[in-house]
Design a protein around this ligand. Structure first.
Ligand code: HEM
Length: 395
């Protein structure tokens, strides 16, 4: 193996506090100079080319189960689909579709529209709006409340738990924050468990069938596995969906032509959601471990190596995307990897596209004067999800 190459001194490491706000110059350097890069700081292999990331996400020699075992866990939670490889993975994923697959989303589409109407109504007459607290989080809470069939009285407690478990996404969370995140996970699992029986009973009695009720009534999984899927949905879904809104508005609001295209029609709004996720991927990387030596165009990765597929870098690879740093809301095809790829492709993607498109189109149509005000927002220090803080808007 040749000696690992290092980033030039003027480029901050993309995971360092200095590099996190704008990791793209470092991503570009790595992609152009060392696309299969051994990072001496994290002792991980960083993949930045689209072809290599797509291969790592699709090829069984890159194990998600081994990748997760690298993260120290001291909880009693069952393995989730995210942390298993086929065939065990499919056993968990198939019932998961009852909660968030396309049919489940179609079944609650009226409810999703109502939730978005509620979020938009809540902004009327407001002088100052905080993108995440006032739009993204109410959107994520409302949409997930529909999946789980939560009554209004449960929403505040649910949102509070969803915010607390989100720290489990961030590999940079310190030991204290990580311990708090795991404790919150236990609380969330209990919260959902207390609601599962009634939801399943309603389905069995032919009453109101919510997606969660259908999952809870399904007999393919143990109760712990079923609750593992339900809580993964909250950990993986609430915060990324909430933060997607600010990231999207950050790109859209200064570009009137693009905003006008989003107002123009649902299909363009859906295409815009994909394009905005490509440009600012809320989950900028995902981890795997090689089960054997793998030869890629850009280098050889040994067996047992920890690998990060940097989808945030792959999504701006000029070999795949023309004008990769530009927002092109009608980009087609758009083979971005912001939802992952292959067997672990995000199960929530149909929901994100539907809810994201309705929200952005509704927001820009109803509040055409929406604009950033005050201090410019800054990128939060967390790596996952990539998100803005202090993004204030006025209508
Ligand atoms: C903008 C928002 C979102 C983004 C960017 C996103 C991104 C991703 C990515 C990159 C993966 C693959 C991880 C890997 O391969 O290791 C994933 C998996 C997953 N996502 Fe999402 N996600 C989002 C929202 C959601 C929502 C709202 C839900 C649920 C309602 C959800 C549920 C899941 C589940 C269950 C998996 C695991 C799939 C599997 O392992 O088979 N996600 N997501």
């Amino acid at each position: 193996m040749t000696a690992p190459r290092t980033l030039p001194a003027h480029l901050a490491h993309p995971f360092s506090p200095r590099g996190r706000p704008d990791p793209y110059p470092a991503y570009r350097w790595l992609r152009e100079n060392d696309p299969v890069h051994f990072d001496v700081t994290s002792r991980m292999w960083l993949l930045t080319a689209h072809a290599d990331c797509a291969l790592a996400l699709r090829d069984p020699r890159f194990s998600a189960a081994l990748g997760q075992r690298e993260r120290v866990r001291d909880d009693e939670l069952p393995p989730s689909m995210l942390t298993t490889d086929p065939p065990e993975h499919q056993r968990l994923r198939s019932p998961g579709a009852l909660l968030m697959g396309p049919a489940a989303i179609r079944g609650i589409s009226g409810g999703i529209e109502a939730e978005i109407g509620r979020v938009l109504d809540g902004l009327a007459g407001r002088e100052r709006i905080e993108a995440t607290a006032d739009i993204g989080e109410p959107l994520a809470t409302g949409v997930l409340a529909r999946l789980f069939g939560l009554p209004s009285a449960d929403r505040a407690a649910f949102a509070e738990l969803a915010a607390r478990v989100a720290v489990n996404l961030d590999p940079l969370a310190g030991p204290q924050a990580a311990a708090a995140g795991r404790a919150a996970m236990g609380e969330l699992t209990r919260f959902l468990g207390e609601r599962a029986d009634a939801a399943a009973a309603a389905v069995r009695a032919g009453g109101e069938a919510t997606p969660f009720g259908r999952l809870a009534a399904d007999d393919r999984l143990t109760r712990a596995e079923m609750l593992g899927i339900a809580s993964l949905t909250v950990v993986g879904g609430w915060k990324p969906l909430a933060e997607m809104v600010g990231n999207a508005l950050h790109w859209l609001l200064p570009r009137e032509e693009a905003a006008e295209q989003v107002r123009g029609g649902h299909d363009t709004a859906v295409s815009a959601v994909d394009e905005l996720l490509r440009l600012e991927s809320p989950i900028p990387f995902t981890a795997r471990v090689t089960t054997e030596e793998v030869r890629l165009d850009g280098g050889v990765i040994p067996a047992g190596a920890r690998v990060l597929a940097l989808v945030g870098a792959a999504n701006r690879d000029p070999a795949v995307f023309a004008d990769p740093d530009e927002l092109v809301v009608t980009r087609s095809p758009n083979p971005h990897l912001a939802f992952g790829a292959g067997t672990h492709l995000c199960l929530g993607a149909p929901l994100v596209r539907q809810a994201g498109a309705l929200l952005l189109r509704g927001l820009l149509s109803r509040y055409p004067g929406l604009r950033p005000v005050g201090e410019p927002p800054s990128w939060a220090p967390s790596l996952v999800p990539r998100r803005l803080t202090g993004f204030t808007l006025a209508t």
